[in-house]
Design a protein around this ligand. Structure first.
Ligand SMILES: *Cc1c(COP(=O)(O)O)cnc(C)c1O
Length: 380
C-alpha cells in the first residue's frame, strides 16, 4: 500500500524513503553501469568488492548471489561438502536460511538454546553441545547484535571447529571493537533489500581475513572457473550482478550515517517505553555496538498486541514466530518443542517494531503510544 495515502501509517521498513532521499546518486550509478553494460563481473562489481572489504575491517570479500549461498559456500570451502553425518552448532532462533545453508553444505544443525535477554545463542551452552561429530559453529548475530566472538572462537579452537558467522543482520556491528569475520574464519552477509545494507534484489557476500579462502569461494561461486572455459571443479552459479554492486556502492557511502540513525530510533523507543514494565526493551550487552536491524520488544499476549498494532496502521512483525526446531521442514531432526524452552518462550513474546534510518521522532512516538495502548488493552 502507498504510505502516502495514509500519512499516519508506519511501515516496518520503508525502502522508498531511502531511494527518494538519494535518488540522483542511485540513478547516476545505475546509468553508469548501463553505459558500461558489464552486467556480470566488471568494474562496478570489483569496485564495490574492494570498498566493502575495506569497510569490513581489512580482509577480502567474495560477492555472491545471496546471503544463504554465502553461508553454504563458506562451509563447503572450509569443511568440504558433507555427507549429512557432521553436525554444526547453531541457534533455532533465526531465519530458516541459516539451516538451509547447513543442509546444502551437507551437515545437520545442532541447536543450542538462547540467552533469554539478548535472544542470541547462549555461549554458556555451546561447549556442552559439542560432540565427536561436531565440525563447526554458525553463530547468528541476530537483530544486529553480535555475539562475544572472542569467547566463541576460544571454544571453537579448543575443539578444532570452524566458525562461520551469519552476519546477515549485522552489517557494521561490533563486539569489543571487532566486527563480523574479524575472529571467525569467515562472516557472511545478505544484501536482501530489507537488510541494513540492501540492494535491489538478491545479493550476498563472504568476508574473511583469509584471502586464499575467499579466492576459492569466488571460484566455487563462478562454476569452479580458473579462466574462461577452464574449470578446476564443478561449482555453482552464485554471483552478484553489476547493477546490484553499483547500487550497493552508493549505499556503502551512507551506511554509517544510517546505522547512527537506526541507533537514534532505538534510543527514542528506549526512552518512550522506559516507564512501562509490561514491555521488555532490547537488552544490549555493554560491549556490543548494536546496529538495530530490528528493534524487538517482549510482551505478554503478543498476538493480540500485534493484531491491535497492525489494525492501527503500525507495521509491526515477528522475527520469528516458529523456531526452526519446531518447523515441519526440520521435523526429521527429531526435536521436541520443549527441547529448547527459552527459544520457544521467546518466540511467543517477541514483537519487532518499525525501524529504518528515515523513521522520524513523531513516528516513533506514534508507534510507542500505540504499543503501550495495545499492551494495556490486551491485559485481562
Ligand atoms: C536474511 C538472512 C539470511 C539469508 O539471506 P538471503 O540473502 O535472503 O539469502 C540468512 N540468515 C539470516 C539471519 C538472515 O536474516
Amino acid at each position: 500500500m502507498d504510505a502516502r495515502m495514509q500519512p499516519d501509517r508506519v511501515p516496518l521498513v520503508d525502502l522508498r524513503a531511502q531511494y527518494e532521499a538519494h535518488q540522483d546518486e542511485f540513478d547516476a550509478a545505475v546509468q553508469g553501469c548501463l553505459a558500461r553494460s558489464s552486467f556480470v563481473g566488471g568494474s562496478d562489481h570489483e569496485a564495490f568488492r574492494k570498498s566493502f572489504a575495506a569497510w569490513c575491517g581489512g580482509g577480502d570479500v567474495a560477492l555472491v548471489g545471496n546471503g544463504t549461498d554465502a553461508i553454504t559456500l563458506a562451509l563447503v570451502e572450509l569443511l568440504g561438502q558433507g555427507d549429512g553425518s557432521g553436525e554444526i552448532v547453531t541457534t533455532s532462533h533465526t531465519f530458516i536460511a541459516t539451516t538451509e545453508a547447513i543442509a546444502q553444505a551437507g551437515y545437520r544443525p545442532l541447536f543450542v538454546d538462547i540467552d533469554p535477554h539478548t535472544y542470541l545463542m547462549d555461549l554458556d551452552r555451546v561447549e556442552a553441545a559439542i560432540g565427536p561429530n561436531t565440525k563447526a559453529i554458525v553463530p547468528v548475530h541476530l537483530y544486529g547484535q553480535m555475539l562475544d566472538m572472542r569467547r566463541l572462537r576460544a571454544i571453537a579452537d579448543r575443539h578444532k571447529l570452524v566458525v562461520v558467522e551469519d552476519a546477515a543482520q549485522a552489517h557494521g556491528a561490533r563486539f569489543d571493537g571487532a566486527g563480523p569475520g574479524m575472529l571467525g574464519h569467515a562472516a557472511t552477509f545478505s544484501f536482501y533489500p530489507g537488510k541494513n545494507l540492501g540492494c535491489w534484489g538478491d545479493g550476498g557476500a563472504v568476508f574473511s581475513r583469509d584471502a586464499a579462502l575467499i579466492r576459492r569461494i569466488e571460484m566455487r561461486a563462478n562454476h569452479g572457473r580458473m579462466e574462461k572455459y577452464l574449470h578446476q571443479f564443478q561449482g555453482v552459479n552464485s554471483r552478484l550482478d553489476g547493477l546490484q554492486a553499483a547500487v550497493l556502492a552508493v549505499k556503502l557511502r551512507h551506511i554509517d550515517a544510517w546505522t547512527k540513525a537506526r541507533r537514534q530510533v532505538a534510543a527514542w523507543y528506549d526512552e518512550l517505553l522506559a516507564g512501562d514494565n509490561h514491555v521488555r526493551r532490547p537488552h544490549v550487552d555493554p560491549r556490543a555496538e548494536h546496529v538495530f536491524h530490528l528493534y524487538v520488544v517482549g510482551v505478554e499476549h503478543r498476538d493480540a498486541v500485534l493484531q491491535e498494532l497492525n489494525s492501527n496502521g503500525i507495521g509491526a512483525g515477528i522475527h520469528y514466530p516458529v523456531p526452526l526446531h519446531m518447523q515441519p521442514a526440520l521435523s526429521h531432526l527429531g526435536y521436541a518443542p520443549e527441547d529448547l524452552p527459552l527459544t520457544r518462550k521467546a518466540a511467543d513474546r517477541i514483537l519487532s517494531l518499525p525501524i529504518y534510518p528515515e523513521l522520524t521522532r513523531r513516528q516513533a512516538e506514534r508507534v510507542a503510544r500505540a504499543l503501550l495502548d495495545a499492551v494495556g488493552a490486551a491485559r485481562p
